[in-house]
Write a protein that binds this ligand. Structure first.
Ligand SMILES: [Cu+2]
Length: 438
């Protein structure tokens, strides 16, 4: 397997997908129900609870193949190069980062969070498909009470960690730690690069084993109430939608904004575990110590749950886009830090304009894959999942009668109800929210 597998030109893919789409759109849904996502015009990303045993095995095996494939001229596996790229995006924040994107997180806390991760997931999915063309990244619907048990099983992404007991005041003792057996344990060959697995608050390595503290209080509330998703999808402008989905704020039914850890950010803590180590006496903001791999955000792609978690982030953005917020009217063209405006190139797909600084215990620059200088991606390039050639099983294929019929077949009635509900919510809260749109 060659390095080019993870650097497939998006333009080339678009061309192929467009050609196929024109004559196969009508059979897309029917075929996707047969469970072969590769035949359909758009590849379908499925709910993780609907995967067949074979699909679970295929996904795990493709991930493990990327973890053991080291491209010529590299010291890292393809999988670890992906992890290094995520670490590198956060090393753009460091003081010694250079170029116009210097001292700015390339992938988080700004508008580009959703575009950056859409592109990143698409490249990872294509790498998986170079192993097995039938594989797509499933998504974790955080409102589904069954999903957490389906995901953290020996036959899929492995179980909770063990061997470390944490006392949570007022709640008792909880266990987590290294994942010791089954898929993604060190014994099973899932050995992490210690330079790419570290505590971001100290830059100290977290070692070579995947670490989980599943549902350690206070990060134990699951599932996420459907109402939180309805409120998210009812937001009308990107400048609030993005921080709400990333999980820095919650926007209530009357438009009131609350700070905290929600949705995407919350789930990072629910899997990796966080401890509250104190409360800032001035601001009242709790100081949080991440314990495991997934809550240590730079290193979080080391836990394969990263992909299905971020597929859900991406699905919710795609649903929001499909529900009246499509295209560049719903993305900021100016006013963002460099790399986050509509037409800014996003590191690492910026032609070498910017270089990350120091992060973690190792030399991150030595781990980064070398990209072609003409491999340029801007947020504008990421705005349509149709252009990428994939879709989600909760998103109708266009607004055609056939699409609506297909949606019904797929049990989309609840989606329709949810959209009606979010339209109602939107009517209630649109006015206070739209005031901040630029
Ligand atoms: Cu990320």
């Amino acid at each position: 397997m060659q390095k080019q597998n993870l650097q497939l030109s998006k333009k080339g893919t678009q061309l192929v997908c467009k050609t196929v789409t024109t004559f196969s759109i009508g059979i897309t849904v029917a075929l996707s129900m047969l469970g072969n996502p590769a035949i359909a015009g758009s590849l379908v990303r499925k709910n993780v609870v609907d995967l067949t045993p074979q699909e679970k095995t295929d996904f795990v095996n493709a991930i493990k193949a990327l973890k053991t494939t080291i491209p010529e001229g590299s010291t890292l596996s393809i999988y670890d190069q992906f992890t290094a790229t995520h670490v590198g995006a956060m090393a753009m924040m460091s003081e010694d980062a250079t170029g116009p994107g210097g001292m700015i997180d390339a992938a988080h806390t700004n508008a580009g969070f959703l575009p950056w991760h859409r592109e990143y997931l698409d490249r990872f999915e294509k790498a998986l498909q170079s192993v097995n063309p039938n594989v797509t990244i499933p998504y974790w619907d955080w409102t589904d009470p069954k999903a957490i048990d389906v995901i953290f099983q020996p036959d899929f992404l492995g179980s909770n960690g063990s061997g470390v007991v944490v006392n949570v005041p007022g709640r008792g003792d909880f266990e987590g730690g290294p994942v010791q057996s089954g898929n993604f344990s060190e014994a099973d060959g899932w050995v992490l690069n210690p330079d790419l697995h570290f505590d971001p608050t100290t830059n100290q390595t977290l070692g070579t084993s995947l670490i989980r503290f599943l549902q350690l209080p206070p990060g134990d509330a699951y599932p996420i109430p459907q109402q939180e998703i309805d409120q998210l999808l009812a937001i009308d402008n990107y400048d609030l939608f993005r921080p709400a989905l990333e999980g820095f704020i919650s926007v209530g039914q009357n438009g009131q904004i609350t700070g905290g850890a929600f949705l995407h950010n919350y789930i990072h803590g629910l899997v990796g575990g966080v401890q509250i180590t104190g409360i800032d006496p001035v601001t009242g903001v709790p100081a949080i110590q991440p314990l495991g791999t997934f809550s240590s955000v730079p290193s979080s792609p080391n836990d394969p749950v990263f992909w299905i978690h971020h597929a859900n982030v991406d699905r919710l953005w795609a649903e929001w886009q499909a529900n009246g917020h499509a295209g560049s009217d719903f993305y900021p063209s100016t006013g963002q830090p460099y790399g986050h405006n509509l037409n800014d190139p996003m590191w690492p797909w910026d032609g070498g304009q910017s270089q990350p600084g120091t992060i973690g215990p190792g030399d991150i620059k030595s781990y980064l894959p070398i990209l072609s200088p003409d491999d340029i991606v801007t947020p504008k390039d990421t705005l349509s999942i149709r252009d990428y050639g994939y879709t989600y099983d909760t998103i109708p294929e266009g607004s055609s009668t056939l699409g609506l019929l297909a949606l019904g077949v797929l049990g989309g009635a609840s989606l329709w109800q949810r959209q009606q509900l979010s339209r109602k919510n939107k009517a209630l809260i649109a006015q206070p929210l739209t005031a901040t749109r630029d």
